[in-house]
Design a protein around this ligand. Structure first.
Ligand code: DX5
Ligand code: ZN
Length: 228
């Protein structure tokens, strides 16, 4: 993975057909997805359950782009090696998942993955000073994590703007996740985000039998940020 700040669209397979992940991934990649976002939930850190390392390993061969794994789990550390072995390119842990996030980030890089750090909407950027040189991506949650299809939280625009200034020239992606549509994406791109996760806004109206809407949806988000 080489670093650049070009806008990337990362469809979340949380909104895909769970009985058909392989084909869903092939369809969204063929329709223009840049990364594939995989939402791992544990029913403890967030009030929903999705899937774990075996599912990630099973879908890995279908991903030609980047496998971006968002861990909404606590604890994180006991599972890092399993997700790395499953083929994650990026492993993102939540700042709120435990007291030793510095150790978690070290372990993620130690396992050979890019290290991501996610922030819940209620978390400020004040605690990031001593972590900035340990991360490759910061994920600003623009909804409370746990479910797709929620409403974008506007207060996070200012957070992205602050983060963008803190990051300066460091090669750190700013990812935004939750409620991203052609209406909300430009607010965040303007503030400094470069990776746009979108679940419902990408998968709506399409299916593996009829994937064209996926392409239309991805192009609508791209066009909204002036990246036609
Ligand atoms: C929320 C997840 C998101 C979610 C986004 O906990 O981290 O990735 O799937 O879904 P939409 O785009 O529908 O808000
Ligand atoms: Zn996510």
């Amino acid at each position: 993975m080489t670093f650049d700040r070009k806008i990337k669209i990362a469809p979340s397979i949380l909104s895909a057909d769970f009985a058909n992940f392989g084909q869903e991934i092939q369809c969204v990649e063929a329709e223009g997805a840049d990364w594939i976002h995989v939402d791992v939930m544990d029913g403890h850190f967030v009030p929903n359950l999705t899937f774990g390392p075996p599912l990630c390993a099973a879908i890995r061969p279908h991903i030609k782009t980047v496998m971006d794994v968002h861990l909404m789990i606590a604890p994180v550390d006991p599972y890092i090696d399993a997700f790395a072995e499953a083929g994650a390119d990026i492993l993102t842990a939540h700042l709120e998942a435990g007291p030793h996030v510095h150790r978690t980030l070290q372990a993620i890089r130690g396992a050979g993955c890019k290290a991501g750090l996610a922030l819940n909407p209620g978390t400020g950027v004040e605690d990031l000073d001593y972590l900035l040189d340990m991360v490759d991506l910061i994920c600003v949650m623009t909804v409370n994590p746990g479910f797709g299809g929620q409403k974008f939280i506007h207060s996070q625009i200012e957070k992205v703007r602050k983060l963008r200034a803190m990051i300066g020239d460091r090669p750190i992606h700013i990812e935004i996740d939750g409620g991203i549509t052609p209406e909300t994406a430009p607010l965040m791109a303007e503030a400094g985000a470069d990776v746009l996760v979108a679940g419902s806004a990408v998968f709506k109206g399409g299916s593996v039998q009829n994937p064209a809407p996926y392409g239309e949806n991805i192009r609508a988000i791209r066009a909204s940020v002036g990246d036609a």
